[in-house]
Design a protein around this ligand. Structure first.
Ligand SMILES: Cc1cc2nc3c(=O)[nH]c(=O)nc-3n(C[C@H](O)[C@H](O)[C@H](O)COP(=O)(O)OP(=O)(O)OC[C@H]3O[C@@H](n4cnc5c(N)ncnc54)[C@H](O)[C@@H]3O)c2cc1C
Length: 305
């Protein structure tokens, strides 16, 4: 459904809004607005939107916003939201196909139902398949790209391409193009190769993994998961806790009492600037007391207010 849009975007089937609040599209429930927010109807509609977007207009993709901090001044240009509860999942030729807009926990459950092993780790990652591909999301020994047979991408030229892991430099929570450049393309779908397993075992694994998360993570409060990457051979949470930073707050943002590598927004009153200042404070205290430079895992997007 289109509203008051110039002819350039006529004929699109998705939803376009201007000056759109993004806080509701991020799990931190904080941050500014997008100049333009587009929720495509499907992959072809997304391709048409991208083709019609002037090449100089910046384009940002968001899935479930579970790994981003959008600054209070918002994001210039267009933001595409690729989270679609009706997105496709299928099994074909022993591969599991998922649209990028599928939620990762849904992929984990689907894979379990189809007798796949080693997909359970995705059950605890509350983002989309597209976000898991972009971040090489992982936990408990599992990692997204270890299971990818191929992906489909959409370039700024509006063309779809099929790529494999060989096209990327893939690391811990990091996926770049082979030449080290940023991705520059949108992931629109992926085909996963999971080893065969037992349905009941996979479902039990998901259940116990979720129980472990509920016990150790502040899931009832707005958060964005682990704020910092784990430094080699250590844990960011252990370092932050050793600096007595649990419960430390700036404005509406607070270091979680339950998990020191989480920052929570308990009353939804935090500004993105509060969260960003708290991130900087934690980094500087940990650096001063332990000598370790923590590196944020969350992606900070947009402009300060
Ligand atoms: C409670 C909680 C627990 C978490 N636990 C884990 C964990 O165990 N392991 C882990 O790795 N992460 C974890 N996360 C972080 C987060 O869920 C993952 O990084 C997730 O994969 C992000 O997916 P998303 O759809 O929310 O991406 P977003 O946050 O929307 O985007 C993240 C980045 O990916 C890019 N992106 C998103 N979709 C696409 C696409 N289709 N094409 C190209 N780029 C895209 C965005 O531009 C952005 O740079 C956790 C988060 C929360 C809130």
């Amino acid at each position: 459904m289109m509203m008051n849009e110039p002819r350039a975007f006529a004929g699109l089937r998705g939803t376009l809004s201007r000056d759109a609040p993004l806080a509701r599209h991020t799990t931190w429930r904080a941050g500014g607005r997008a100049d333009m927010l587009y929720v495509p109807a499907d992959r072809d509609d997304l391709a048409q939107f991208v083709r019609e977007l002037p090449p100089a207009t910046p384009l940002t993709v968001l899935g479930l916003g579970s790994n981003v901090l959008v600054r209070d001044g918002g994001i210039r240009g267009a933001v595409v939201l690729l989270h679609n509860p009706g997105a496709a999942l299928a099994v074909a030729d022993s591969l599991v196909y998922a649209d990028a807009g599928v939620a990762s926990p849904k992929l984990a459950r689907f894979a379990a139902m189809h007798g796949c092993a080693e997909a359970a780790f995705l059950a605890g990652i509350p983002g989309t398949v597209g976000g898991a591909l972009a971040m090489n999301a992982g936990c408990y020994g599992g990692e997204t790209w270890r299971r990818v047979a191929r992906v489909e991408t959409l370039g700024r030229d509006g063309a779809f391409r099929v790529r494999t892991a060989a096209d990327y430099a893939i690391g811990y929570r990091s996926v770049m193009r082979r030449d080290g450049a940023p991705l520059g393309e949108i992931f629109t779908a992926a085909w996963f190769r999971f080893p065969p397993g037992d349905m009941a075992t996979a479902r039990a694994e998901i259940k116990s993994l979720l129980a472990r998360r509920i016990a150790t993570q502040p899931l009832a409060l707005p958060n964005a998961g682990s704020v910092f990457r784990n430094p080699p051979g250590d844990y960011a949470a252990r370092l932050i806790e050793s600096c007595a930073l649990k419960g430390f707050a700036i404005g509406g943002a607070r270091v979680s009492e339950l998990h020191a590598n989480f920052i929570v927004n308990p009353t939804r009153a935090a500004r993105a600037a509060d969260i960003e200042r708290l991130i900087a404070h934690v980094r500087s205290v940990v650096r001063a007391r332990t000598g370790v430079e923590l590196v944020p895992e969350v992606r900070i997007l947009g402009e300060a207010a």
